[in-house]
Design a protein. Structure first.
Length: 205
C-alpha cells in the first residue's frame, strides 16, 4: 500500500511514511470489509461515515508539516485511523466526533493499540475545543460549506489547518495563521462526507 499508493504518488515525509507502514488499517474497518482494507479507496464505517483512502490520509498529514512536538486537533474521529496516524507524528492529539458510537469504538481501538497521547470528545467539531487550544495544527476530516471561524481562531500563530470545503464540489484548503491574519491556499479537489454541525446548520437556515 505505502510503496505503490502513497510513496509512489509523491508523499516524501519519512515520518508520515513510517506511520502509514506501522498503523494497521485493517483494525479500523468493519470485519466484512477487511479484505479491502489496503485498497486506495474510502470505506464505510457506519453512521453514514467513511474511513478516508490511504493516499488522502497521508497527503493531509504531510501538508501539516508535523515535526513531532505539536498539539493537534482532529475534527472527525471516525474509525480512529487518521487519529492513529496523527498520534504517530505529533506529541498530542485532541480528537472530536459528533457520533458517540463512533467515538467510543475509535477510543477502544486506539487504546487496544497502545496509544496514550490521544484525548477524545463527543461534540460539534465546528466549535473546536477552545479550552484546550491553541493548537499547532488542526485537521478536519469532513466538509463544511465554509471554513469555520471558531477553528481558525484556535490555531496558534504560525499554525496550520487542513480542511475540505464545499458542498457539491470540494477542495482541500490549507489555512495558515499569521500574526494578524489568515492565509488560505487551495490544494486539490476531494470528496468528503459533510461536516455535521447544528450551529452551521442554523447559520444556513
Amino acid at each position: 500500500m505505502v510503496a505503490s499508493q502513497i510513496e509512489g504518488r509523491g508523499i516524501r515525509d519519512l515520518r508520515v511514511l513510517r506511520a502509514m507502514r506501522k498503523v494497521p488499517r485493517h483494525a479500523f474497518v468493519p470485519n466484512e470489509l477487511r479484505p479491502y482494507a489496503y485498497a486506495d479507496e474510502p470505506l464505510p464505517i457506519g453512521q453514514g461515515q467513511t474511513i478516508s483512502q490511504p493516499y488522502i490520509v497521508a497527503y493531509m498529514t504531510e501538508v501539516l508539516e508535523l515535526s513531532g512536538g505539536e498539539k493537534v486537533l482532529e475534527v472527525g474521529t471516525g474509525s480512529g485511523y487518521q487519529t492513529a496516524i496523527l498520534a504517530e507524528v505529533a506529541a498530542e492529539v485532541w480528537t472530536m466526533e459528533i457520533y458517540e458510537a463512533l467515538s467510543v469504538g475509535a477510543r477502544a481501538r486506539l487504546e487496544t493499540l497502545g496509544y496514550t497521547n490521544i484525548r477524545h470528545r463527543v461534540g460539534d467539531g465546528s466549535l473546536g475545543w477552545p479550552e484546550a487550544g491553541p493548537f499547532d495544527a488542526i485537521m478536519v476530516t469532513a466538509a463544511p460549506g465554509a471554513v469555520p471561524g471558531a477553528l481558525e481562531t484556535q490555531l496558534a500563530v504560525s499554525g496550520r489547518m487542513i480542511i475540505p470545503v464545499g458542498v457539491n464540489s470540494q477542495e482541500l484548503i490549507l489555512v495558515r495563521r499569521e500574526k494578524t491574519s489568515f492565509r488560505r491556499d487551495n490544494l486539490i479537489g476531494v470528496r468528503f462526507v459533510p461536516l455535521i454541525s447544528k450551529r452551521l446548520d442554523r447559520d444556513h437556515d
